[in-house]
Design a protein around this ligand. Sequence first.
Ligand code: PLP
Length: 356
Amino acid sequence: MAENKFWSDIVSKLDPYVPGEQPKLANLVKLNTNENPYGPSPKVSAAISTELGDSLRLYPDPNADVLKQAIAQSLDVDVSQVFVGNGSDEVLAHIFQGLLKHDAPILFPDITYSFYPVYCGLYQVDFTQIPLSEDLSINLADYQQPNGGIIFPNPNAPTGKLLSLAGIESLLSVNKDSVVVVDEAYIDFGGESAVGLINRYPNLLVTQTFSKSRSLAGLRVGFAAGDVSLIDALKRVKNSFNSYPLDRLAIVGAVAAIEDVGYFEETCEQVITSREWLATELQSLGFSVLPSAANFVFVKHSGHDAAVLSAGLREDGIIVRHFNQSRINQYLRITVGLPEQNQQLISSLKALLGVA
Ligand SMILES: *Cc1c(COP(=O)(O)O)cnc(C)c1O
């Protein structure tokens, strides 16, 4: 526990999230934080340019209605079923505080997005981590036990493994007394969204982000879709914390991104094609590659230490993510890059592994 006489008890006990490195050096092949290798739709910068000017004098719309409408339309839900925030991390924070903090512990996987336990520390939410099965999949039957809420990413991070919609629905059909949050940060890279279930399950909340598939990690926009009563809870938290989480540039930029369906579909398709190429190449170098429905692959080599490989790649100017965590410390999480970056990664690994 860190100590300082000015700190509150909660701050002293926090164990904050450590984001993946954002290196200041140019020319690195950056495959460590699951950003999209393609830029955002060109319509985003056009929209932001038109907003740059005198209007910045004025506060933005506190409810970002135009963005909520655009999202609602694209998801085919009602605008009252949508909540937007400053990145899905902020949306998740409000969910932990407003919907997951109860007497019973919440459940999430032992290997998952490492921000979940951090929010629990901040908001003092009790939790129980449910171990992934031996093959690193989420077994939803393990979640059928008393709980104060359930949260998991689909596909899971950092494994990339996808759950079927039927599996999620069978959990929802028995777990009706607490909120189930499906964090769909990577759903657009090959999964089927659970948003279509929100009208049937008033305890289901689905979150998504513009950071990955819409290539706007720098703009900070995320959202949740769910029953009006869940959305109302999030609005209550938001309006007790920061009424203007999205600025004017973020609102217009995100609207432009969601409206450019063609660009979105094309770039997602390219990422998926590259992911499959990368998986095949890595397998031929002797890596085991978990089946991924995300924009990254999670891989392990039986003959080479993951930390050593990660350090070797870094010397070649390529950064990937290595988690120093039991069960997964022999894995590397590699974000799918541009075709030439993926090629560079493979060449560098060939040299490190000593294969021709
Ligand atoms: C990237 C990510 C997020 C956060 O996304 P932001 O919208 O950038 O805050 C949330 N959940 C998971 C699982 C992620 O990988």
